[in-house]
Design a protein around this ligand. Structure first.
Ligand code: ATP
Ligand code: MG
Length: 296
């Protein structure tokens, strides 16, 4: 026979056990909820990560379709002439491209170009000059060069980071480490695929520039011959140190001859892009360019 006290204890025991079960069930439910929440979060994270990776892959793939070509050299050596000729050729080949220049490849950059080239700005210090070039390039890379390369276009640029190494470094004597650091930061690590250095004696370049200028000499053209000689030597040294990227051209030759040399140097790159279907010489129809087709 069960006593009153025993009954009371067994009842209490029963409640405690059930309470515990209830408590455990609650914890399990909360745990399950938490687990599903975590799973959902990690799923979202994975999907975002996957999207980012695919986008990056596509960007890189597109970047590989384009090419970054720069023209360098002393004043009046013929950079702009050859950059325009190349842009025309690429246009005829149906290759999407952008032709740009430094300083002044953007609207903001054009204001900096005015300051940099204005011969009246004699008081501009070498460091201020270097910083203005860096600012111009940062804007140019972000606004023009990177988006164009990202869209798989060819970018033809009249002067780029090498000009700073030579003009502000070799000729003006600014700290090379600082120039390298600034260039790395503002270019976001972007280097040209190929750089054409148009080389000629400074007297030739300056007399061409003088013959062309209607508005008078700019701040750089007004510099002494010794400055321009340092620039020429600086470019040659840089080209010798970066043989895989630079092509040195004799800028005393005629514009047509120089252009042919440029196209010959670009033939492997064009052939590679043609394989990827970026340019198709066969699809040019009436706009066929026999010179280039032969080279490609
Ligand atoms: N190979 C060449 N032979 C003779 N004259 C040339 C040649 N290339 C360009 N020129 C002429 O020389 C002048 C300067 O050329 P261009 O403007 O292309 O030089 P640049 O290097 O861009 O000069 P800058 O450094 O001042 O921008 C122009 O009048 C151009 O027509
Ligand atoms: Mg020019």
């Amino acid at each position: 026979m069960i006593t009153k006290v025993e009954y009371k204890y067994s009842f209490l025991n029963f409640c405690q056990q059930n309470n515990q079960a209830l408590f455990t069930a609650r914890i399990q439910r909360a745990g399950r909820l938490e687990f599903s929440r975590l799973w959902a979060l990690s799923f979202c994270d994975n999907v975002t990560h996957l999207i980012e990776r695919v986008t990056r892959f596509m960007d890189r793939k597109k970047m590989k379709q384009g090419a970054f070509i720069t023209f360098e050299g002393i004043e009046g050596c013929g950079k702009s002439t050859q950059a325009k000729r190349l842009a025309k050729r690429l246009g005829r080949l149906g290759i999407a491209h952008v032709m740009t220049l430094e300083p002044g490849g953007t609207e903001i950059g054009r204001k900096m170009r005015q300051v940099l080239l204005d011969a009246r700005n004699k008081a501009l210090t070498p460091l201020a000059e270097l910083m203005l070039y860096a600012a111009d390039r940062a804007q140019h890379v972000a606004e023009v060069i990177k988006p164009a390369l990202g869209a798989g276009k060819w970018v033809i640029c009249d002067r780029f980071s090498d000009a700073t190494v030579v003009y502000q470094g070799a000729a003006r004597g600014q700290d090379r480490k600082l120039i390298r650091l600034l260039n790395n930061v503002v270019t976001d690590g972007i280097l040209p695929h190929l750089t054409f250095l148009l080389d000629c004696p400074v007297e030739v370049g300056l007399s061409r520039a003088l013959g062309r200028n209607m508005k008078g000499q700019d701040r750089f053209e007004k510099e002494a011959l010794s400055f321009h000689r340092k620039v020429r030597q600086g470019y040659l040294d840089l080209a010798r140190k970066n043989k895989e990227r630079f092509v040195i051209l004799d800028a005393t030759a005629g514009p047509k001859e120089i252009e042919a040399e440029i196209l010959r140097s670009l033939a492997p790159l064009l052939r590679e892009r043609q394989k990827k279907g970026v340019c198709s010489c066969n699809a040019l129809g009436s706009q066929r360019d026999p010179d280039l087709e032969e080279m490609v």
